[in-house]
Design a protein around this ligand. Sequence first.
Ligand code: CTP
Ligand code: MG
Length: 230
Amino acid sequence: TGYWVIVPAAGSGKRMGADKPKQYLPLAGKPLIAHTLDNILGWPGVAGVVVAIAADDHEFATLAAAQDPKVHTVTGGAERADSVLAALQYLSARTAPDTTVLVHDAARPLVSKGDITKLLSAGPIALLAQPASDTVKRTQADQGSPRVSQTLPRAQIWLAQTPQKAPLERLRGALQAGLAQHPEAITDEASALELAGDEPELVAACRSNFKVTHPADLMLAEALLQHRQT
Ligand code: CTP
Ligand code: MG
């Protein structure tokens, strides 16, 4: 009665601006995604991992983790939600409808075991998140010279991380409906579940579980991984 982990890894890493997708950039001795997968394979009770990779991916197969019998792959889609949905369809054909699924970004190598344990013991629909440490401003402008229209009450602001946890068919239905109705609003699993009427539980997580997005994130991740290995 283990749970499955879905790893969206089909992005191109535009904001990183490197010569290859960020998940394959070298970090403390191995590709970023290898850190993430080795981390996941050490979580207690993992039944299997489904990694969504790009249609033209030629690097995944070269990873040591690709040989692990627990690791499966599917072809991802245009947006992150499409990649996650592809993995959910794959699982749907193979496991029970109420199987617990954790979706975890390939680009978050540093999630801690302690936070995973907290997420696993939370309610059935939950996500790791971090209380905002900066004051959050809202603006009406999408571009140009933005001006503040409102300061949001900080105690009510949390920044969503991954993993995000839900029962397989609940999540598949919510993502499918969300993508059909408001595709632009579906930026994580919780957003789809919220649209479907759920109130995902927020589980406070370490700041080190940041998503490697910009070049400076890569340097910070490298330093933290090297620190952990020593
Ligand atoms: N992802 C995916 N399929 C997509 C887009 C993203 O599986 N069509 C994955 C990424 O590989 C990453 C995770 O979703 O592990 C979080 O996405 P993000 O950080 O936005 O990665 P990219 O989309 O690759 O980066 P960018 O938005 O800067 O292009
Ligand atoms: Mg992206």
